[in-house]
Design a protein around this ligand. Sequence first.
Ligand code: KG4
Ligand code: ZN
Length: 358
Amino acid sequence: MDRPLTLLGLETSCDETAAAVVRGRPGAPGEILSNIILSQVEEHAAFGGVVPEIAARAHVEHLDGLIARAMAEAGLSFSQLDAVAATAGPGLIGGVMVGLMEGKAIALAAGKPFIAVNHLEGHALSARLVAPVPFPYLLLLVSGGHCQLLSVAGIGRYRRYGTTIDDAVGEAFDKTAKLLGLGYPGGPALEAAARTGNPTRFALPRPMLGRPDCHFSFSGLKTAVSRAADSHRPLDDKTCADLAASFQAAAGDVLADRLGQAMRRFVGEHGGPASLVVAGGVAANAALRARLGDAAASQGFTLSVPPPRLCTDNGAMIAWAGLERFALGLTDSLSVKPRARWPLDPTAPPASYAGVKA
Ligand code: KG4
Ligand code: ZN
């Protein structure tokens, strides 16, 4: 493909309404012509978490305006796009439908090809939008809904090494922040509180440490924080910061240990030297980035993490994933359906452990 491609990307699978225009060609970093993100934090804050119906209505209300801004900032009309991409899942189905329908409508009206993007593939390829990261690479995908280790051999070629058997790591950050009274959204608030805390004050568990597989567990860690917090209530600022720092250190140890297993498996399958990509909202956490960077370097892996604005949900990663697929001739018909569940590796066996939900 000698000519750069220009795509509009829409993202509405959770609580961010987002539209972006990206230009580029696979194999080289792309150019973000616009990347408009509207967080619905205030709409959901009173409930302490995302309310699906409120999210879907907010997407309906804001998406048109965001698309108009994204196109205006890029200085383009729909006719100048090569294709339109939208998240088709996985996620909250009401929200996914909003972005998917709108993306299809624009593609139809402008006579452009349409690409239905897997939100997880958006995260998985986001590092390639900003840096040359060749396939294959190891991916640690850490977000509010997912915590997975995968090998990425190419577009659509994922093998899942491990996943969480209970909570996703972002979910654990959110729940822990809530029980510490740090507010919503929890991840950034907990990271801020942890900055002044003592990470060794509370001896919290490190679930799954040393297991020979690549799976994760975080619910026991969150419960341990809950118990420790209850025995110190009312919480003073120092104790709250120490609990946050102790939680973050334990979560970092679990991620680094599971990553260690995955790096060994990846080198066994693909050889080295190898690249590690950490993507998803939790990759915005500077302390965890540093912890995972050390773990990667100790096994000879080069770490790539997208900048924080591309780690949390955004339209640029959807436009980019659409661009990579479009360049391979992978387009979708306008009858493609929204999907609440859409694993990157449908062949992966379930991660079931006795006594825990899989
Ligand atoms: O990728 P994302 O925006 O949405 C999903 O696809 O889930 O990730 C959101 C998650 C939330 O759980 C949020 O608390 C977490 O990412 N997160 C963080 C940080 N920033 C966002 N977790 C820890 N530290 C952060 N700085
Ligand atoms: Zn996401």
